[in-house]
Design a protein around this ligand. Structure first.
Ligand code: ADP
Ligand code: MG
Length: 240
């Protein structure tokens, strides 16, 4: 990696009682890149993300974000620092409209209404379906549209690093492609992305850098293309 990483994680450890869910993980995310963390169900992906967002207690290790130690910050301060996780399970507020959900995403911001309205228009340009459904209640959206709304809402917080936990889960392949294409566009506009996925093939195609996690430990790392071509990845995750 050239230059200082935007996010550096060292020896991250998380336990749930006697379960060692994350066991000494190191990660470096380059500014401007998409990095993915792929692995099977139960490997420790969600726990890693929640630890970065401050939502689970770290048993050890450190997290540096843009040169600042955020290891022990409260979750809302982590969001305010620019590290924003897309809500898990697309937890949009189902009885609010699409537009109200997007406005809520900006709650940590202190800039004016004009800037927020401009950013809502940008989210609508990324996800035209959301514009069409702006006044509809979020609960009436399809699964794919709710995932788009969850991403849009996270973007409204003006992240410098966007974290996503399995945005492809439960969605039809064509919708997954649509969402991943939009992630590529958001990244091309300059946003750094950390994507956790069980959809190993699509994630490795999208990401510049990738880590494979098994049993709470990083077992392989490289460029997305390198790992796509790695026989161990192909045997374990791509069904070759
Ligand atoms: N709240 C919890 N309490 C106890 N064990 C948990 C909890 N959440 C996750 N685990 C365990 O931690 C490990 C990692 O889980 P998780 O991070 O959810 O994996 P992934 O997101 O890769 O599927 C698994 O063994 C899982 O059973
Ligand atoms: Mg998970």
């Amino acid at each position: 990696m050239s230059g200082q990483p935007l996010l550096s994680v060292r020896d991250l450890t998380v336990n749930y009682g006697h379960v060692n869910a994350v066991r000494g993980i190191d990660l470096d995310l380059a500014a401007g890149e998409i990095t993915t963390l792929v692995g099977a169900n139960g490997a420790g992906k969600s726990t890693t993300l929640m630890a970065l967002s401050g939502l689970v207690k770290k048993a050890g290790g450190s997290v540096q974000f843009d040169g600042r130690d955020i290891t022990s910050l409260a979750p809302h301060k982590i969001v305010a620092s620019g590290l924003v996780q897309v809500a898990e399970g697309r937890a949009t507020l189902t009885t609010l409209s699409v537009r109200e959900n997007l406005e809520l995403g900006a709650y940590t911001r202190s800039d004016g209404a004009a800037a927020r309205a401009r950013d809502i228009e940008h989210v609508y340009s990324l996800f035209p379906r959301l514009a069409e459904r702006a006044a509809q209640m979020a609960g009436s959206l399809s699964g794919g549209e709710q995932q788009m709304l969850a991403i849009g809402r996270a973007l409204m917080a003006k992240p410098r690093l966007l974290l996503l936990d399995e945005p492809s889960m439960g969605l039809a392949p064509i919708i997954v492609q649509d969402i991943f294409r939009t992630l590529r566009r958001i990244n091309a506009e300059g946003l750094t992305i950390f994507l956790v996925e069980q959809n190993v093939k699509q994630a490795l195609k999208l990401a510049q850098r990738a880590y494979v996690i098994e049993n709470g430990q990083v077992v392989l790392q490289g460029s997305g293309a390198e790992l796509l071509g790695d026989p161990r990845v192909q045997a374990a995750y791509l069904g070759h």
